[in-house]
Structure formats: structure tokens, C-alpha cells
Ligand binder design. Structure first.
Ligand SMILES: NC(=O)c1ccc[n+]([C@@H]2O[C@H](COP(=O)([O-])OP(=O)(O)OC[C@H]3O[C@@H](n4cnc5c(N)ncnc54)[C@H](O)[C@@H]3O)[C@@H](O)[C@H]2O)c1
Length: 444
């Protein structure tokens, strides 16, 4: 099929590349000229394992092209995927200006082309959007053309850091379609990715839109739930690791996505939970559970920063602190809503001096914090003379560090572990004071 991808962010770029790799003719459109220039040289503007190689291979074969030219992008499209951002506005509502802006472009492009009665173009919203957006997109396109077209919703469930595997071997594909023909065309497009029998669910557009929000809201709820329990564990001297094990052995509960830590971040969970709460307000359907999920999540990072401040008993001005991990999770350079940023900002306000290391997120962090923190390629470099280490992301390389070396170069042997990477007992043996989440604090 001839596919147009609108927006070459995490979702658009992975979608376009994987669809080109399965033999389609794909053109990716973005308004950001610098992104398109890099992509044309075979460089990925984002860090995503395996993506750059796949872009290069498919770009070279001619199946994957990049443009900023709308006329070129929409000219031959049989399926158009809208993959632009839907950030929260200042009240927590999903900001639809990019989605509806793309719909205007699509409507104008369809109007400029000869009518295709037999195979009208299908416009698919892949961005995460509130229920009812599909109807708005349809109306916006129809305002600009009287020629035939179809609309659909195909929410994306990929995880940054494992995006290619998630796209090419999805747990399920959800397609909300305006009619049977549209649903079947999109099912056909996904066939190469569900050869092992993973389900393709065809449904109406509103339900497909709701599936994505309910899935993200559920995952966020699990994280806030275990974090709330971890706070109770801390207050009563219980150990969250043991509690977790005992609780998760119940098959009705399971053990996925129930790890205590600094709370969720990234470009999806925070904004999608808020968007659900906003949908509730808009429709006068109270959503107290999801409002609490958000509140617990915000409190979790604040409580961790408070723990750090309390250790220094208010004497943090000029204190040199090392940070390991900035990205909101391992495997990505994305720092949107990363807990590390809130924690670092809080400590900077209090006068701390921060030296940080992340395997891939220095560039994205610098775009937010500038040079308020120093960045180090070597993970041990920030520890020289440091009065504490704060672990914010569970990258693999932080899991078995050289503790004697760390102790040797740090001015104060104290670790604040926001991801429970280490065993309290081992930390005691290595001579570190050790704070983690929902477990006993070690004071040496
Ligand atoms: N990032 C994820 O892990 C993930 C996973 C599932 C779903 N989603 C959803 O997918 C959507 C996109 O997320 P993302 O993280 O890929 O966003 P992103 O911000 O990384 O990328 C969006 C891109 O769209 C471009 N753009 C904006 N308006 C445009 C227009 N009119 N024409 C062409 N390009 C335009 C921007 O320049 C940008 O490059 C969001 O709704 C998000 O919630 C994201």
C-alpha cells in the first residue's frame, strides 16, 4: 500500500519504518525541517534501539522517504496515519491542535486530487486522542473536501525502548473503523505482524479511542497503587519486596507493572491519565480514582526529593550530588515528564550542585535544564567528590556497579536509590548509607 505518515516522532517514525520494512511504499511528513534533513541522511532524530539501522535499510531501498512538502506527501496516499503529538493543555485536556491541523491539510490535499471512488483514501488517527476526536477529524476533513474518504482509529501501544518489537509483534491490534471495508483494509495492512495469531480487534471508532486511554490508565493505576503501598511499608517497617512477592503470587493479581519507584513519567501516562480526568469533567462523569492516581504519582517524586533534603538536614547549598539516569525509563532518550527532572529541579532550587550521567539522554536533558547540571559520559565521573548518589533510571549498567570504587571516590558514602536496584544488606556491607523505596533505610 502507499502510506503517508504525518509526524515523525516516536510513534510515526517507528510506524513508518516498520510498514516500509513489511513492503509498503511509505512517505513520512514532518513540519520540523531539521528532523527530515537528518532522516534523509539515514540518521534517527530519536534514540530507539534498532531503529536507525532499519531506517537506513528501507530508505536505501526507496520504500521509505521523508519530506516536509505536504503536496508530495499526500499525493498518492491510500492510507494516511496521523501520528502527531497530543500534549496536555494547561487544564489537563488533550490539546488537539496538531491533530486537527493535520486533518485540515489532509482535507485540502484530498480536494486537490482527482476523486478516487473505488479506493478512497483512509485517514487513520494513531495519536492518542479523547473519545469523539475521530468524529471531529472526519468533520474537519469534510469541511475542506467533498471528495470521498474514510476515517479510522488505530491506537498505538508501543513502548519506547522496545518500540520495534512491540510494533512488529503486538499483543493485539485495535482498529476502530467507520465501515467494514475500511476495517478490512487496515486488518490486511497489519497481517504481517499478527502471523502468530495475535488478535486484531475491529470495533467502532469511539471504543478504539477509549481502549488506549483505559489501557494507559490501568497501567498508571498499578504503578500508583504499588507506590502507595510502598509508602505504607516505609511507615510501618514492612519491606515492599517481600510484600510484592506475597501479593503478586495471587494469579488474579499477577506480577507485571507492580514495581515501586519514583512513579511514572514519559509522554503518555501523565497526560493520558489527566486527559481521562478531563473527559470525566467534560461529561460530568466523576473519575476520583484516576485523579488520585495522578496525585499519588506526583507525591511519589516529591516525597523522594524530600527524603534527600531531609538527609542533609537542610544543609544542601553547595552540596555536590551525582545523578545516575535522566531518561524517564531505560532504553530511551525521552525525558518528557521524567521524575529525574522534577527531583533535580527541586535540589537545584535548594542550592545543590548536580553532576549527571545517562547513557543516551544528555542532549534531551540539556534542552530542558541547559547547563544547570554538568553531564558526564563516564558513569563514575560524577561520583568524584560527591556527597551522595541519586539513582533515577534503572538502566542495566547501574545494576552491578563497582561499589568499592564508588566508595573510594565519593566524599560521603550515601545512595538514594529511586529504583530499588540494590539490596539494603549489601549496601550496609559495602559501607553505604542507603535510601530506597518501601524498604528499610540503612544508616552507616
Ligand atoms: N511516545 C510513545 O511512546 C507513544 C506510544 C503510544 C502512543 N503515543 C501517542 O502518539 C502520539 C505521538 O506521540 P510521539 O511521542 O510520537 O510524539 P512526538 O512529539 O515525538 O512527535 C510528533 C511529531 O509530529 C510533528 N508534527 C506536528 N504537527 C505536524 C503536522 N501538521 N504535520 C506533520 N508533522 C507534524 C512534530 O514536529 C513531531 O515531530 C501522541 O498522541 C502520543 O500520546 C505515543
Amino acid at each position: 500500500m502507499k502510506i503517508t505518515i504525518v509526524g515523525t516522532g516516536y510513534v510515526g517514525l517507528v510506524t513508518g519504518t516498520c510498514l516500509a520494512n513489511s513492503g509498503n511504499d511509505v512517505i513520512c511528513l514532518d513540519v520540523a525541517a531539521d528532523k527530515i534533513a537528518r532522516l534523509r541522511q539515514g540518521q534517527s532524530p530519536i534514540y530507539e534501539p534498532g531503529l536507525e539501522e532499519l531506517i537506513q535499510r528501507n530508505h536505501k531501498s526507496g520504500r521509505l522517504r521523508f519530506t516536509t512538502d505536504k503536496a508530495e506527501a499526500y499525493r498518492e496516499a491510500t492510507v494516511i496515519f496521523i501520528c502527531v503529538g497530543t500534549p496536555s493543555d494547561s487544564h489537563g485536556y488533550a490539546d488537539l491542535r496538531y491533530v486537527l491541523g493535520a486533518a485540515v491539510d489532509v482535507g485540502q490535499a484530498i480536494e486537490a486530487q482527482p476523486a478516487r471512488e473505488k479506493e478512497p483514501p483512509i485517514v487513520v488517527v494513531k495519536s492518542t486522542v479523547p473519545v469523539g476526536t475521530g468524529a471531529k477529524v472526519w468533520a474537519e476533513i469534510a469541511r475542506h473536501t467533498a471528495k470521498p474518504f474514510r476515517t479510522a482509529s488505530n491506537p498505538e501501544f508501543l513502548k519506547e525502548g522496545a518500540a520495534i518489537a512491540d510494533f512488529t509483534k503486538p499483543d493485539r491490534v485495535v482498529i476502530g473503523a467507520q465501515d467494514e471495508w475500511t476495517g478490512n483494509r487496515l486488518r490486511e495492512l497489519h497481517e504481517p505482524f499478527v502471523r502468530q495469531g495475535n488478535p486484531v480487534y475491529l470495533m467502532d471508532i469511539a471504543s478504539a479511542e477509549m481502549v488506549k486511554y483505559s489501557a494507559n490508565a490501568m497501567l498508571a493505576t498499578k504503578i500508583s497503587f504499588i507506590n502507595e503501598i510502598s509508602r505504607l511499608c516505609e511507615s510501618f517497617g514492612a519491606d515492599i519486596d517481600q510484600v510484592r512477592r506475597g501479593m503478586c503470587a495471587d494469579r488474579r493479581i499477577g506480577n507485571q507493572f507492580l514495581y515501586p519507584g519514583l512513579g511514572y513519567g514519559g509522554s503518555c501516562f501523565p497526560k493520558d491519565v489527566l486527559a481521562c480526568v478531563s473527559m470525566g469533567k467534560q461529561s460530568q462523569t466523576p473519575t476520583p480514582l484516576l485523579a488520585a492516581v495522578h496525585e499519588v504519582n506526583q507525591n511519589q517524586r516529591e516525597a523522594f526529593a524530600a527524603k534527600i533534603l531531609a538527609h542533609y538536614q537542610g544543609k544542601i547549598r553547595g552540596c555536590k550530588l551525582a545523578v545516575w539516569g535522566i531518561a524517564f525509563k531505560p532504553g530511551t532518550d525521552d525525558v518528557r515528564e521524567a521524575p529525574s527532572l522534577s527531583i533535580m529541579q527541586r535540589l537545584l532550587e535548594a542550592g545543590a550542585v548536580i553532576a549527571a550521567h545517562d547513557p543516551v539522554a544528555h542532549g534531551t536533558c540539556r534542552a530542558v535544564l541547559g547547563d544547570k547540571v554538568s553531564y558526564h559520559e563516564d558513569m563514575y565521573a560524577p561520583l568524584a567528590g560527591a556527597e551522595g548518589l541519586i539513582v533515577c533510571t534503572d538502566w542495566d549498567e547501574f545494576k552491578h556497579p563497582d561499589f568499592p570504587r564508588m566508595r573510594g571516590v565519593m566524599q560521603q558514602a550515601v545512595i538514594f536509590d529511586g529504583r530499588n536496584l540494590y539490596r539494603p544488606q549489601a549496601m550496609e556491607e559495602y559501607g553505604f548509607s542507603y535510601y530506597s523505596v518501601g524498604r528499610k533505610t540503612v544508616a552507616v
